[in-house]
Design a protein around this ligand. Structure first.
Ligand SMILES: NC(=O)c1ccc[n+]([C@@H]2O[C@H](COP(=O)([O-])OP(=O)(O)OC[C@H]3O[C@@H](n4cnc5c(N)ncnc54)[C@H](OP(=O)(O)O)[C@@H]3O)[C@@H](O)[C@H]2O)c1
Length: 261
């Protein structure tokens, strides 16, 4: 896609990856509608990006928030939807409050589906349109300590692929991006310490945003960022027992960090 023709609704624009995406997409010639919950952070981002951006504030876990953002996107003339907003949760499932689990599922799975559903008739009427879903390696390589988040991201991967196949005879493309860990505020100190203990690599938000922008320009439909994570995700698809055994060996370390010790 030519980004000069792109009018992009970007959710989670104020976050670590979102603000880098906003910067790089604007530099590449796209026009952005920035969505988030925090009005002050949205305005600060808008100011830092210069004149070509618009903002909309809403909580995407609420039905009226979805309606507000969808309305703003139609007024703005969006032809690209980037479902980037997300929430994660690290810890053992049995120790987590249901409200926190529900928040992860509502933000990382339900909201992208609802927003896409609300905007699909509009997007289908555009000469060219793209839905980009920001997933995670954990969507193909579900990880101990991240059960709800892995479930949400695996669901988002399934949604992306099913919708892409459903829209194959339309002008709407569906893109699924699966980054490995990124250095952003989403990762708590415990997650950062776990990554270090497991020797898991983390990418900068700038590098991940650059790969996403390149994928959009190249019309890629699937992008899994990071090696060996990409290989292990593939292996999990054909031999999950091997991954079960490998992760069982890491479980004491994961439990130790989940307990904050
Ligand atoms: N960080 C990683 O290691 C990593 C790895 C792979 C994939 N990802 C994915 O990358 C995407 C961006 O994550 P990030 O690392 O940039 O996270 P982040 O820094 O925590 O930013 C999250 C963004 O989502 C927005 N958001 C959260 N809950 C919302 C809600 N209920 N309604 C509307 N907006 C909401 C936040 O807006 P507010 O300003 O309102 O809080 C913020 O802009 C997510 O989908 C995440 O799952 C992250």
């Amino acid at each position: 896609m030519k980004l000069q023709h792109a009018r992009i609704l970007l959710t989670g624009a104020t976050g670590g990856l979102g603000s880098e995406l906003a910067k790089q997409l604007t530099e590449a010639g796209a026009t952005l509608l920035l969505a988030g919950r925090n009005a002050e952070r949205l305005t600060a981002l808008q100011t830092s990006l210069g004149g070509r951006t618009a903002v909309v504030g809403a909580d995407l876990t609420q039905a009226d928030g979805i309606a507000t953002v969808a309305h703003a996107a139609r007024e703005f003339g969006a032809n690209v939807l980037i479902n980037n907003a997300g929430a994660s949760l690290f810890g053992l499932l049995e120790n987590q409050e249901w409200a926190a689990i529900e928040q992860v599922l509502a933000t990382s799975l339900e909201a992208p589906i609802r927003l896409t559903h609300a905007l699909l008739p509009w997007l289908k009427a555009q000469p060219e349109a793209v839905v980009v879903n920001i997933g995670s390696t954990f969507g193909s390589l579900p990880f101990a300590g991240f059960a709800a988040y892995s479930a949400a991201k695996a669901g988002l991967r399934g949604f992306s692929q099913a919708l892409r196949r459903e829209l194959a005879d339309t002008r709407v493309a569906v893109v699924h991006i699966a980054p490995r860990s990124i250095d952003t505020p989403m990762n708590s100190a415990a997650v950062t310490a776990l990554n270090r203990a497991l020797n898991s690599q983390s990418d900068s938000a700038a590098d991940v945003a650059c790969e996403i922008v390149t994928a959009l320009v190249r019309n890629d439909r699937e992008l899994h960022i990071g090696f060996p994570e990409r290989f292990f995700a593939w292996l999990n698809g054909i031999a999950p027992g091997l991954i079960d055994r490998s992760l069982a060996g890491k479980l004491p370390i994961i439990k130790q960090h989940a307990a904050g010790r």
